[in-house]
Design a protein around this ligand. Sequence first.
Ligand code: ADP
Ligand code: ASP
Ligand code: MG
Length: 418
Amino acid sequence: MPLLVMKFGGTSVADLDRIRNAARKVQREVERGYDVIVIVSAMSGKTNELVGWVEQTSPLFDAREYDAVVSSGENVTAGLMALTLQEMGVPARSWQGWQVPINTTSTHSAARLVDIPRANIDQKFAEGMKVAVVAGFQGLSPEGRITTLGRGGSDTTAVAFAAAFEAERCDIYTDVDGVYTTDPRITSKARKLPRIAFEEMLELASLGAKVLQTRSVELAMRYKVRLRVLSSFEDGDETSGTLICDEDEIMESKVVNGVASSRDEAKITLVTVEDRPGISAAIFAPLADAGVNVDMIVQNISEKDYDDHPGSVTDMTFSVPINQVERAKRAMEEARQSGQITYDELVVDTEVAKVSVVGIGMRSHAGVAARMFKALADENINIKVISTSEIKISVLIDRKYMELAVQALHDAFELEQA
Ligand code: ADP
Ligand code: ASP
Ligand code: MG
């Protein structure tokens, strides 16, 4: 039997009517002759509520219990989806992660998939089951504890099942009808892309476009999964939505194909650190040990002859996810106390956002940075930190200008026109 993976995100299973609507889409594929693996998210808002409960109960929570709690939203929707399908006459049953089992590492709240043995689900398909409904986002650690795959992790569950079961396609049903040139909630000029290259999607996802979890794109790229994003609220066919595919399957491409933004950023500056060989290692090793994900880094030009600093000194600035600021501060204070580093002051700016432009065309075109900086300058937006890679340029700016910056860049790179 040909097999499809269909993933429904939070808004697509937000209530019983929406679950019924999603189930009808599944039923249609079964009628077309497919076996289907359905991956469900929790009802929209549910995971946030569960996270809130954990944080209120225990500020420095045990990550294993965090996972036990926050994974539960998916258990509810998986059961309800299976019941809804059964009511429609479609042979279906639900599976929690541990029942499959979805084996993961034991990095709680950010576990990585290890493997998904097919035997249990294959046996049920062989016995006549048409749909396996699997709770997304969750797995099982080698220690036998429940894990979760990081926020947005159901996308990754879906792609992993598509790879493990050699699915014809992995369809990600969500509240937008595809991947756009930028978040359609930020500008109505955002344009839906019929296709986007894996590399570009990977950058957009990791730079803040939450339409797909970054890991899901990595897995799809590695295992050559045909991955598609489409609307759960519209009727479509095989050509609906956006196909994430190899670069060479795309005819037309611009230098820049997308703008991403992330508001969950913070900037930390260590003022007057010693400027000597080994200082960067002395700063960033303790941050890494504390599990802080440092993103952008700038070091100022050294300044000599400060009255109270005999050697030369510099300032070191870096960005971290906003929810890791406390951890980063603690790591720096401990490094200072133990004498690994010295600094006069640690300054935190939590009112920043990151805006990025992405395009594989940047590999062979010069001038993208200049165009980006000019567009921001024309709006009087000050750039605090810059970082670049082969196919992206990111800037850190004041958060209050994030939407304006996205709109200005979308215009500057003429993304509205195909
Ligand atoms: P789900 O609950 O279905 O997983 P998400 O909220 O995780 O849905 O992701 C869909 C959202 O991603 C959209 O509502 C949209 O606001 C946002 N988004 C951000 N960037 C983009 C983009 N470039 N294209 C499409 N959607 C985007
Ligand atoms: N429910 C989880 C979250 O909100 C996983 C997901 O929806 O993909 O992050
Ligand atoms: Mg999501």
